[in-house]
Every structure is written in C-alpha cells, then in structure tokens.
Design a protein around this ligand. Structure first.
Ligand SMILES: Cc1ncc(COP(=O)(O)O)c(C=O)c1O
Length: 381
C-alpha cells in the first residue's frame, strides 16, 4: 500500500546522520556523567560538550539550558517551576486558549489544586492572540504568561516577540512553547522570542523522541518539579539521557538555523492543498493564511467527524491528523477549533495536513485528486 505521510507535526523520522551521532552513546560511551571515575568523567565531558554546542546554536549560555525528555516536560517545568517559585509575589497567570495540552493542563491544575487564578486569552478566527488583550489582562499580581509560538493544530504563528516584549516591560515572566516552531521558522537567536523560558523538542525536527530542552534565561531558577539529585544545576533530577541529549544537539545543529522544513519547498505544496480545500463544498480552511507555518494546512468538514475522516484517509494510505496526536482516536472537540469560533459540530471534524522535507508534488497531486471524493464519501456516511 502507498503511504503519504502528511503528519510531520506529530513527529518526524530520525535523521540518519543524527542516528549515527547517537550510536556511540548507546554503545561505548555508557558511563554515568555523575560518576567521579574516568568512565563517568568521559560521559560528563561529552555532556558538557553537548550543552556548549546547543548553547552555541541557541545563542545563550550553557547554564541556561536544561535537557529534558521533550516538549511536555519542558513546559511542565517552565510553568509549575515559575508559578510556584513566585507564588508569594502573585497568583495570577495568563495563557492562551489555543495551547497544547502540555501547557493547558498545567494551568488547569494550578487553578484547580493550588489556588492560582488563570486568564485564558481569546483568539480571533485565524487563531491569533491580540497583544492588546494581553495588555488588558496583565494585573499587578500576574507572575507568568505562556503563549504557544506556532500552533500544532493549525500552524498559526503568534506574535510572540511582541507579547514577550510587553511582559518584559511589565516585569512578568514569559514562556513560549516553541515545539512546533523550531526547524520550521527562521531562527537567529533564542532571544528573538523575548522570552524567559522556551520549550524545545527534538522529534519535531528529525531528532530522537524523548529529547528536548528548556531554555531558562539567567538568573531565573524555577522550582524543580522532580527531586532526587542535583542534575542539570539542581533544576531537573535524574541521570542524564546522554544518547537523547546528543541526538537533540546534533539535530539542533543541523536543522534549526537553516530550517529543515524549507519554506521554498513547502509553501507551494501547501498552497495547492489550500486551493483544493477552498474548492471543496463543506470543507473550510481553519487557520491564518498570512501567519502560519508553511508546512501546515488544517480544515474542518461539515457533517462528519475526525475519526471517520482519519479512517477514510488512512484507507487511501494518507497519514493525516485530527489535531494534536494525543487527541487522536478521541472524539473530543478540539479546544483550538472552539476557541477560533468553529461551530461545535465542526470542532471535532478537523483534518490537519502537515508536510515535511520528503513530501513531494506528486503526493500533493494524489491527495488533491482524491480529497473531493473521499470527503463526499465520508459526509454521505
Ligand atoms: C506545541 C506542542 N507542544 C508540546 C508537545 C509535546 O511534546 P513532546 O511530544 O516532546 O512531549 C507537542 C507535541 O505534539 C506540541 O506539538
């Protein structure tokens, strides 16, 4: 059966060169970086080297990087760690209504269980937050704002640098979940987000799963969320996963400064998909035509649901998604679609097509040709 993999926002295949860089760390370099003997010291030296290399790409100090198990952990550490650190200063937090669950559920928990109050900023029909809404929402007791850089379901880009600048002016910490952003948008320096905390994840840009980082702007030192050791400068206890850290570092060096998701390759492909979607009755593009990742096109289909849509596309060999991977297989309406004003009946009928470096014009042609028929079929059913 043919496979058309249009789900690069869920994950990307491990790059062969990144894999090769990792292999010695699954084999001969197996020491614990915390051990004082020479086997451990060798691992420590290579861990320190990976931190320096990552810092060189990000344009920050090595001490400003905490290696984590990926995007979810990075955002959990950023949010719980800073909200709790500053709880005596204030208990008001701000996020947006279109965050990934890895962010959303941290705020829900802090509100439900720890007495914080949370403002969730609305978005417009394209999924964008308005800077003035943030300005109005900031209070004297606000300690943290967290807004996603690029939305995983729609690819909509937020004005993070402006949001971050406003927070800085008001003395409020700013975190951005940039998991979908790295490797897709032009990157010069971690400071371009004007953020104090930035979540990054390797498997979205051809690195290994279970590998990521949290940038923490010096001298901020969030409360740890896991305990049991002084690793990562007392910010993340647990023996370091050196193969994953090497894979993260190698992928960061290869695929971020010059994004591996090349706009010149992907924008024409998604433009054709968008034109096809625009021409299908009952299908409606959801997202921003102007401010979006070049690889992502999302649309809803009236009169059906995501499970039926994914199933029928899969039968044709097309791997798409109904939004966030963790919502796959569930009929929960997408909170992102609801926040963007989609009718409830369409909020669980989302198709996300996310292309990547191996995507071809022929694959796009195939999908454009079969989409009208498949959507008719699933709507009739
Ligand atoms: C925007 C966003 N944040 C966080 C995550 C979670 O990252 P990880 O799978 O590394 O935990 C994802 C993954 O889908 C994501 O798209």
């Amino acid at each position: 059966m043919r496979t058309i993999y249009f789900d690069y926002n869920a994950t990307t295949p491990l790059d062969p060169q990144v894999r090769a860089a990792m292999l010695p760390f699954l084999d001969e370099v197996w020491g614990n970086p915390s051990s004082v003997h020479h086997v451990g010291r060798r691992a420590r030296a290579l861990l320190d080297d990976a931190r320096d290399r990552s810092a060189a790409v990000l344009g920050c100090k090595g001490s400003e990087i905490v290696f984590t198990s990926g995007g979810t952990e990075s955002s959990n550490l950023a949010i719980f760690g800073t909200a709790r650190l500053l709880r005596e200063k204030g208990r008001h937090l701000i996020t947006s209504s279109v965050e990934h669950h890895a962010v959303l559920q941290c705020f829900d928990y802090l509100e439900r269980k720890e007495g914080f109050s949370v403002t969730r900023l609305p978005v417009d029909a394209t999924g964008r937050v308005c800077v003035d809404d943030l300005r109005r929402a900031l209070r004297p007791d606000t300690t943290l704002v967290s807004v996603i850089a690029a939305n995983n379901e729609t690819g909509t880009l937020q004005p993070v640098a402006e949001l971050g600048a406003l927070c800085r002016e008001r003395g409020v910490l700013f975190h951005t979940d940039a998991v979908q952003w790295f490797g897709k948008e032009p990157f010069t320096n971690i400071h371009q987000f004007n953020a104090d905390l930035v979540s990054i994840c390797a498997h979205k840009f051809h690195g290994p799963k279970g590998a990521g980082a949290l940038f923490i702007r010096s001298p901020l030192h969030p409360d740890p969320v896991q305990f049991g050791g002084a690793h990562e400068n007392e910010r993340r206890a647990g023996t370091e996963n050196l193969p994953a850290i090497i894979g993260f570092t190698d992928a960061l060096e290869r695929f971020v400064r010059v994004p591996v998701f090349e706009r010149t390759h992907l924008a024409p492909l998604t433009a054709r998909l968008l034109a096809a979607v625009d021409g299908i009755e009952g299908a409606r593009f959801r997202g921003s035509r102007e401010h979006r990742l070049a690889n992502t096109i999302s649309f809803t289909v009236a009169g059906t649901d995501s499970i039926a849509l994914m199933a029928v596309l899969d039968l044709e060999g097309v791997c798409a998604s109904s939004g966030s991977a963790c919502a796959a297989g569930s009929l929960e309406p997408s909170h992102v679609m609801l926040a963007m004003g989609a009718p409830a009946a369409e909020a669980n009928a989302l198709v996300r097509l996310s292309l990547g470096r191996a995507s071809t014009a022929a694959e796009v042609d195939t999908l454009c040709a079969l989409l009208p028929r498949v959507l008719r079929q699933v709507r009739r059913a």
